[in-house]
Design a protein around this ligand. Sequence first.
Ligand code: NIG
Ligand code: FE
Length: 400
Amino acid sequence: MQDAVWLNANLATLREDGAPYGEIRDGALAVKDGRIAWIGHRSEWTGAAAREHDAGGAWITPGLVDCHTHLVYAGNRADEFEQRLKGATYEEIARAGGGINSTVRTTRAAPEAELAESAARRLRQWIDEGVAVVEIKSGYGLNTVSEAKMLRVARQLGDRVKVKTTFLGAHALPEEFKGRPDDYVALVCDEMLPAVSPLSDAVDAFCENIAFSVKQTARVFTAARNLGLAVKLHADQLSDSGGAQLAAQFDALSADHLEYTNEAGIEALARRGTVAVLLPGAFYFLREKQLPPLGALRRHRVPIAIATDHNPGSSPLTSPLLAMNLACTLFRLTPEEALAGITRNGARALGMHATHGTLEAGKCADFALWEIESPAELAYVAGSNPNAGTVRDGEPVPSA
Ligand code: NIG
Ligand code: FE
């Protein structure tokens, strides 16, 4: 006897079995003990379940996985948005002490309870849009105490949605280390990383000419590896910095942004199975011109994920569905690639593909129901939310 079954639903399983979206029209999906116990055509469903849900013809997809966010921070940067509209660039603002460091000042000053409250409020939109898993980075503390504070807040949000935390101590050079980047990298490796590793599922860095060099990033990754932590990288967002090669060299779970990655970088990602995470929100918001190398990523069969990159500076985007739309309109992903990017490959970018990202027997019963006529509508709607319910560990989630 199963715990529950959903009938009268079309299933976009996102399994790579040939059918577009891995679709099963008129399907049945049964759950037991928080796992998917049976999935297939309704005509083949002969089991029994304690509860029967009529999905009313809705589509069911895997719960969405937003694999790259900076969701915990204090304040906002609307003033920089205005400055940029008057002609200043993201780099200029960063070099003048604004940018990431301005959010560092507000986040350091914010009491933990206040950070938790603002992040929980923001997170509601993710939950409303059928999200099962959110990755949340630190990186606005830039000292041990404040990075730990951010990671604790992120972990606490795990009572609302599944959370993966990523330590991003190497996000920017804090003001007090001006002119001494190697000293700061030493602090990240020798003090911060050991202190926050119990609060972290992975380690990330911003490898860029306005942030940390390949050599400095490699040092952080080596320290992470010595602690047994997986790595990810903000790579080649604003220039070709060799970030993708570095990520691959360290067997990173993902290399993210990648607008400037060259063919050799993509080959390296392909060889190591590193996921390419594309972040159209930042591309849009910063009005970037250099498109990520989608053709080469496809040619080399690099798994492509997409994510919101929600943060107060370069991507205030709060909608995973809109991220799908932007991935299609700006980067020319197909709606199927966009949905795979925010389910199957998003899960892979977090090392969660054994339990999330597709609808398959044995995986966690985390899925979303949608009032749509075809799965392409999820990337097509630009601003509305067709979510008609979300199920976590086999249980319907009350709307946030
Ligand atoms: O992913 N690239 C670095 N980090 C963020 C921006 C953070 C900020 O501007 O506050 C990003 O785009
Ligand atoms: Fe980011």
